[in-house]
Design a protein around this ligand. Structure first.
Ligand SMILES: C[S@@+](CC[C@H](N)C(=O)[O-])C[C@H]1O[C@@H](n2cnc3c(N)ncnc32)[C@H](O)[C@@H]1O
Length: 276
């Protein structure tokens, strides 16, 4: 792949997904394009590029390709400090607030579902401590349709569950005959998944969120884009709602509606009450 072609792919990926692909990832790009090109019998990078940007078949091909080019690494309870923060936050909410409306959480860039299911498990545990048999919901969104399909299936290998303690594993997972584990129906029913491109948050139907969790997604984006995305996410919180990011994912951003939670373990913000 020559320089001109690499730039063409960089621009396409960044304009459609927001991800900037540094020169150091050129081999990664070439390898993944090569695999896909062999699968569909496409001879050159240029021929494949033309295919991806043309017509309806290009849209379908793009959906497959984007899954191969995005980093989807994820784990249950990936960030224990952020998980503890969620628990503390929910347990210290005024009871009357929790009784008023259902508690809504959103995992932005949810990959194969481990993060939204973790949130649902945390919320389920909190609600049972509080003795509130109350409704809560979690929405997981991602750009990758294949990742979302895996998330919806909610089936995970034993290796995927190593970060969970045995009590949570037996309470929230059902072991299948093929030695995989399925997330329990009680949790699965609380979580819905939808394809949302983070660059198109303006048209995303998620509003009135009590909790927005956006970790390990923004790191692939340019700084100015991270700020734009965060501004959009801030607007989707209810007053008193919390936004949790990955540590160090943004350093120089603030929002008039949000106040940073003083913590050196987690990067989180609370939306201030509306001024009337
Ligand atoms: C490294 S995973 C992070 C998964 C999870 N948030 C976690 O921290 O474990 C990044 C995810 O962001 C998704 N992603 C990348 N660009 C996106 C975009 N423009 N819109 C929505 N999701 C995107 C990828 O498909 C991938 O599933």
């Amino acid at each position: 792949m020559d320089e001109k072609q690499f730039r063409q792919w960089q621009m396409l990926l960044e304009s459609r997904t927001g991800m900037s692909l540094p020169e150091s990832r050129k081999t990664f790009l070439q390898t993944n394009l090569g695999i896909r090109m062999r699968e569909i019998g496409c001879g050159t990078y240029q021929e494949y590029f033309e295919k991806v940007i043309s017509g309806t078949s290009g849209i379908i091909e793009w959906a497959t390709l984007v899954d191969r080019l995005t980093v989807q690494e994820t784990r249950f309870y990936r960030d224990p400090d952020a998980c503890n923060l969620v628990t503390d936050y929910v347990l210290t909410r005024p009871r009357e607030l929790l009784l008023q409306n259902s508690f809504e959480a959103w995992s932005v860039g949810c990959s194969t579902g481990e993060e939204p299911y973790t949130l649902a498990i945390l919320l389920s545990e909190c609600m049972s401590v509080l003795g509130l048999n109350k409704y809560f919901g979690v929405t997981g969104t991602d750009i990758s349709t294949p990742a979302l399909e895996k998330a919806k299936n909610g089936l995970y290998s034993a290796a995927k569950l190593v970060t969970l303690d045995d009590t949570l594993k037996s309470k929230y997972f059902v072991q299948k005959e093929d030695r995989r584990y399925e997330i329990s129906p009680a949790i699965k029913n609380r979580v819905c998944f939808s394809r949302v491109n983070i660059l198109e948050l303006g048209s995303a139907p998620m509003h009135g969120m009590n909790l927005i969790f956006c970790q390990n997604v923004l790191i692939y984006f340019r700084r100015w884009r991270r700020k734009e995305i965060l501004n959009r996410l801030a607007e989707r919180l209810v007053p008193g709602g919390m936004l949790i990011l990955g540590q160090g994912e943004i350093v120089d951003w603030s929002h008039p509606l949000l106040e940073r939670i003083p913590s050196d373990k987690a990067l989180a913000f609370i939306r201030q009450p509306d001024k009337n």
